[in-house]
Design a protein around this ligand. Structure first.
Ligand SMILES: [Zn+2]
Length: 74
């Protein structure tokens, strides 16, 4: 039975579905556009865990590891 809908590249069928869903939410969030607090462009990108940099103006900001806002424990 194909279950490819739930699978995220890189994790496969490992770790169980709960963690896979969490991973896919976090992983998708990494690619989402974010607004630069400095120049308001949407080119803020994560350069490392907790570090975000604007590709437009070069502004660098510390934030959460997986999102600009500090992640709340869920
Ligand atoms: Zn900027």
């Amino acid at each position: 039975m194909p279950r490819s809908k739930e699978n995220v590249k890189g994790l496969g069928a490992k770790y169980g579905s709960t963690l896979r869903k969490r991973y896919s939410r976090v992983y998708g969030g990494l690619k989402a556009a974010r607004q630069c607090p400095s120049c308001s462009s949407m080119r803020l990108a994560r350069v490392a865990s907790g570090i975000w940099r604007c590709k437009s103006c070069g502004y660098t900001v510390a934030g959460g590891a997986y999102d600009l806002a500090q992640a709340k424990a869920k």
